[in-house]
Design a protein around this ligand. Structure first.
Ligand code: GLA
Length: 703
């Protein structure tokens, strides 16, 4: 007997026909169907004629767990073997159960469950569960977390690439007749292959859909597959990449994959982004105390001090930071015993006795008395060969017997999946957190996994990292954690279920950040996007930017500073202080409103956030490169309420970065410009000529 599984939420419907023999078929994943739609014929009308010279009973192109046993010639959703046998899985006896769908392969001795959860955000979460019911070991090669077939015509992909300091560049790729494949084997989420895709018909855009989004919530190796089906649709699979022999399930053993997420919007990428933000806010983030508190303005000391941590100077820096309005003071790398450069001491998590003769507590308490929270950098999964930990336990570093260790940034990776090592790391971190009032950890991870030996596998290492974070959070529920990995190399919804912020990139150059943050924002809301204004010239690129451009760029994320507050001129300190004030005033809007973007025009990128009641908005007009037109086109602001009158102002220290301002700009600078929502959306606001690499921030408040 076939059954229909229908799930509805927000603007979407998932419709799956479950036939006991042919398995679950995805009948519909997209636009919401009317609640009273008669779906009785949904399955019969999808029955296909047998193609010429094809199998009599070939698997359907929309099968949600296609396996080779029925004659699948594409990429199966489940692949593995038992001593060279049982490769041709054929799942049968499909049934709808409370958490999804399950089936058996009696011959191969396998049981599969496909979990499906459609959240109120409209995001579909799926994961698979495999149990070995047979005798002997089943070696698993691949088990998709999700396998969804999209309608014909979805022939364009938005994909992510990247590198250190250049995370989240997006590109468009046309799908052809072959399989599109992206794999990550770096043992962490990676800079170069953020596990996400957006698909649609060629030409989809910020406001042009329909579009389908996909993301794998996994901090390890992954594989993304898009292949054409026989009928010209696109089957999308996401899952963990498993090395040969990495998962060997003994009799009775099972494996549950990472969650994959799928989203849909009729109206283009902007609306899809809002679905993602909504989902992360409601279902991914787990804040101490159950709800997000205002994101504290942060000063992180990396670019201020690098490894030169010095307690008296840190105290003075903290005092200067507090005067600027900073709320969280984070001491980066270099604080622990013997850590004077990146070649030694990782693993020895006690305060350096020379730099901090009385431990961290006096500095942390000083920071607290200044009204700020104290935070600390750690990199728990790593060890330098030149460290007490390595000298005592060389075998704790991942290695293969008889082969030379492979270092990166002079460091090796600890075998976190080994209970003894995990216990040691937990105790060390626990002791650090107990030694001083520390409210925040910047948890770094600065190298790819090359060697894991036979055990643990990359997968076990990834899971062990998650478990270690979970364990620490349980012991210290009030402590917030930032996920950092040489910048944004470990950013995914899996790590974000146990952390509170992502260090988006080690590049703090405002121009680079504009692009980086655009890509990041497609899947993450601004409150988790670590965004710091740094010094000029910028340390990574040497570019010079105004304080306003640097601060307007950082303002839309979790705002902070990456500079030495003692080195600021009086004028820059006053300007930065004013921007911190703006951020603190606007953060409920910035971190809770609806983000929007305009398509780029003439070197200009416009993005903003508007409150749900449309009474308050803030817009950044960013001139990234020199304009070609002699005059900027008027700024049309569509999302406003046409019945309201808005006051327009330019908050913060915005000395005009433009020549010959018009009267409207003078009025806006004074906060005295008024215009109706209808006028602003139909006729638009005249913009001044902006120099390249400058920005304007405009605030609109309904009267
Ligand atoms: C990584 C991080 C930086 C900084 C350094 C410290 O590169 O991404 O922000 O913390 O490590 O060594």
């Amino acid at each position: 007997m076939s059954g229909l599984l229908r799930l509805d939420a927000a603007d979407v419907t998932l419709l799956v026909a479950v036939d006991p023999v042919s398995g679950p078929l995805l009948l519909h994943w997209g636009r919401r169907l009317p609640d009273d739609a008669d779906l009785t014929d949904a399955l019969p009308i999808t029955a296909r004629a047998t193609a010429h010279h094809s199998l009599d009973d070939a698997p359907h192109d929309a099968a949600m767990l296609p396996t080779p046993g029925r004659g699948l010639f594409g990429h199966p959703a489940l692949a593995g073997s038992r001593d060279g046998r049982d490769r041709t899985a054929l799942l049968a006896g499909w049934r709808i159960e409370s958490n999804g769908l399950r089936a058996f392969d009696e011959v191969a001795g396998l049981k599969v469950t496909l979990e499906l959860e459609l959240a109120d955000s409209g995001v579909l979460a799926t994961r698979s569960h495999l149990r070995n019911l047979g005798a002997g070991t089943f070696a698993l090669d691949w088990l998709a977390s999700s396998c969804l077939t999209l309608p014909a015509g979805c022939d364009e992909l938005l994909v992510f690439s990247g590198r250190w300091g250049g995370e989240w560049p997006t590109g468009r790729e046309a799908l052809g007749s072959g399989t599109w494949l992206r794999e990550n084997r770096r043992g962490r989420t990676s800079h170069d292959s953020f596990p996400a895709l957006i698909l649609g018909e060629p030409g989809f855009g910020p406001e042009r859909g329909p579009v389908w989004g996909f993301h794998l919530g996994w901090s390890g190796n992954h594989r993304l597959i898009v292949e054409p089906t026989d009928d010209g649709r696109r089957r999308v699979q996401l899952g963990e990449l498993l090395h040969p022999g990495e998962v060997r399930l003994g009799a009775g053993e099972s494996l549950t994959t990472a969650w994959a997420y799928a989203s849909f919007s009729e109206d283009g990428i902007d609306a899809l982004t809002r679905v993602h933000h909504h989902h992360v806010r409601r279902h991914v983030l787990r804040w101490p105390g159950g709800a997000m508190t205002p994101r504290p303005v942060t000063l992180n000391t990396w670019e201020a001090n690098y490894f030169e941590q010095d307690e008296p100077r840190l105290r003075r820096q903290a005092e200067a930071a507090a005067r600027l309005g900073v709320e969280r003071f984070v001491v980066d790398d270099g604080w622990f015993k013997g850590r004077n450069d990146d070649r030694a001491a990782l693993g020895d998590w006690v305060a350096d006795p020379v730099k901090f003769p009385h431990g961290l507590a006096p500095l942390a308490r000083h920071v607290e008395t200044l009204g700020m929270q104290f935070g600390l950098w750690v990199e728990p999964e790593m060890v330098n060969p030149d460290s007490d930990l390595f000298r005592a336990h060389p075998d704790w570093a991942l290695h293969i017997e008889g082969r030379p260790p492979i270092t990166a940034r002079s460091q090796l990776v600890l075998d976190v999946a080994c209970p003894e090592v995990a216990d040691h790391l937990f105790a060390a971190l626990h002791a650090v957190l107990d030694s001083a009032p520390i409210g925040y950890l910047k948890w770094d991870m600065n190298r790819d996994l090359v060697v894991t030996g036979e055990t643990p596998s990359h997968r076990e290492q990834t899971l062990a990292f998650w478990v270690l974070v979970d364990r620490l959070r349980e012991a210290h529920p009030a402590v917030e954690i930032e996920a950092c990995a040489s910048g944004g190399r470990r950013a995914d919804w899996g790590v974000l279920t146990r952390t509170h912020r992502i260090w988006t990139s080690d590049v703090t150059d405002a121009l680079e950040r504009q692009r980086i943050q655009r890509g990041f924002s497609l899947f993450f809301p601004p409150e988790v996007m670590g965004a710091h204004a740094s010094t000029s010239p910028n340390h990574q690129t040497g570019r010079r930017h105004t304080v306003a451009f640097r601060c307007i760029t950082a303002l839309f994320g979790h705002f902070g500073l990456e500079l030495d507050p003692l080195a600021l001129s009086d004028e820059d300190a006053a300007d930065i202080g004013s921007w911190i004030g703006v951020h603190r005033r606007l953060r409920p809007l910035l971190h809770g409103g609806r983000p929007f973007r305009h398509p780029p025009h003439d070197g200009r990128h416009v993005h903003g956030v508007i409150s749900d009641d449309r009474r308050h908005a803030v817009i950044a007009v960013v001139q990234e490169s020199a304009a070609a037109c002699r005059q900027p086109a008027p700024l049309l602001i569509n999302d406003l309420d046409p019945t309201l009158i808005y006051r327009l102002s330019m908050p913060g220290a915005q000395r005009p970065a433009f020549h010959r301002p018009a009267a409207v700009h003078e009025a806006m600078l004074r906060g005295e410009l008024r215009a109706g929502g209808a006028v602003l959306s139909a006729i638009g606001l005249t913009l001044p000529e902006l120099a390249p690499e400058t920005a304007l921030l405009i605030e609109l408040t309904a009267e």
